[in-house]
Write a protein that binds this ligand. Structure first.
Ligand code: NAD
Ligand code: GLY
Length: 354
């Protein structure tokens, strides 16, 4: 078992992250007396519920199940959940337990932040992506008006319980998706980068993944506790994401993590054009990205993606696109491009990639 404490700069709040096995059958069972005392609701999705129904029901807590998938990360799901919270009589001392991937974590976290102006949320991430990234750091959101994560709030979870046993039921595509955020962390952290390069043949091995989850949580936790509300440093965690999110909206066949990797790759080429970069390192990063990706890199609708990138909430000026891009091992830079240059250069870069 490994435990991390995130003490949030400028606030008295903290988040506790516990990496351990048997979260459903042991950790939550141990917590049941205080979970029941305050009143708690489990929020999960249809896939996770179908896979873990017996264990979930053995907790004898009320459960609200959303349909699985990013297309349900909507205001309808959010308000249905809030209604269920009200109908189950949740109060200020109650806990919402978000048991699932990043979609459940983001919607559940947002509902917890809104209900009675904020109740505690316990994140039980069941995907690789959710364990290494979305459950940690308090970003919550729904997609709105065609833009990813447009409506959201910062709401730090009280606890995050990360259990690698959940990976046993994950399809390979979801492992690949989580690897997208792991490679992003590696682009910010030289020791993790070297470890992934040295273990390129083990990237899909569940034991290797269980070993590197705590390292990834630590990398993210250290950044979040210095800059919980993303005024500066935390922007590094958006590496690859401006282009990645935009690709995700145009290429419905690709997962979030695959889009992050594509974003990272395209943005590394933009960095090469505009900034002082380490060519050898960016070449190695490309090798790592290509080891994880299963899609064709040159088939991406970058024109559609460029139009959507302009709507990204990280952009500060009307006609400019702001990007956090990799430059050297463990280093990133902020690159601002006019929309016209960004759109043209993405198309040029695509024509050189296959
Ligand atoms: P997801 O929640 O849709 O889960 C992916 C799929 O795996 C779903 O079909 C789900 O039902 C299924 N699943 C979940 N756990 C499973 C298990 N143990 N076994 C089998 N199937 C399982 O997607 P995700 O990749 O976990 O998360 C992506 C979302 O996270 C996106 O909406 C993204 O915007 C968000 N995100 C948020 C942050 C943040 O900081 N808040 C960071 C990164 C990503
Ligand atoms: N996933 C980006 C962040 O948490 O800041």
């Amino acid at each position: 078992m490994r435990t991390f404490h995130i003490n949030l700069k400028g606030t008295a709040k903290k988040s506790i992250i516990v990496c351990r096995k048997n979260v459903l059958s042991k950790q939550l069972k141990e917590d049941l007396p205080w979970l029941k005392a305050g009143g708690s609701l489990i929020f999960t999705d249809s896939n996770v519920f179908a896979l873990y129904q017996r264990k979930i029901e053995s907790l004898a807590l009320p459960v609200f199940v959303m349909p699985a998938g990013e297309e349900f990360k909507t205001e309808q799901t959010l308000f249905s959940l809030l209604k269920a919270m009200a109908e189950h009589g949740l109060r200020r001392s109650s806990k919402l337990i978000a048991l699932g991937g990043g979609v459940v974590g983001d919607v559940g976290g947002l509902a917890a932040s809104l209900y009675m102006r904020g109740i505690s949320c316990i994140q039980v991430p069941t995907t690789l992506l959710a364990q290494v990234d979305s459950s940690v750091g308090g970003k919550t959101a729904i997609d709105f008006n065609g833009v990813k994560n447009l409506i959201g709030a910062f709401h730090q979870p009280m606890y995050v319980y990360a259990d690698p046993a959940f990976f046993k039921t994950l399809p390979e595509r979801e492992i690949r998706c989580g690897l997208g955020e792991i490679v992003k962390h590696a682009a910010l952290n030289a020791p993790l980068f070297d470890k992934l390069m040295q273990n390129r043949d083990r990237l899909f091995d569940l034991e290797f993944l269980a070993e590197i989850v705590p390292e990834n949580i630590q990398i993210k936790a250290e950044i979040v506790q210095k800059d919980p509300l993303e005024y500066g440093l935390r922007r590094c965690l958006n590496l690859g994401h401006t282009t990645g999110h935009a690709i995700e909206l145009t290429q419905k066949n690709l997962s979030h993590g695959e889009c992050v990797l594509l974003g990272l790759l395209y943005e590394s080429y933009l960095a090469r054009r505009h900034l002082e970069t380490d060519e050898a390192y960016l070449g190695e990063l490309e090798t790592l990205i290509r080891t994880v990706l299963a899609c064709k890199i040159g088939d991406i609708d970058v024109e559609g993606a460029a139009r959507l990138a302009l709507l990204d909430k990280k952009n500060t000026k009307g006609d400019a696109v702001t990007l956090a891009v990799p430059v050297k091992k463990g280093e990133f830079a902020i690159l601002e491009l006019s929309y016209a240059d960004y759109a043209r250069e993405l198309s040029e870069i695509r024509s050189t990639l296959c």
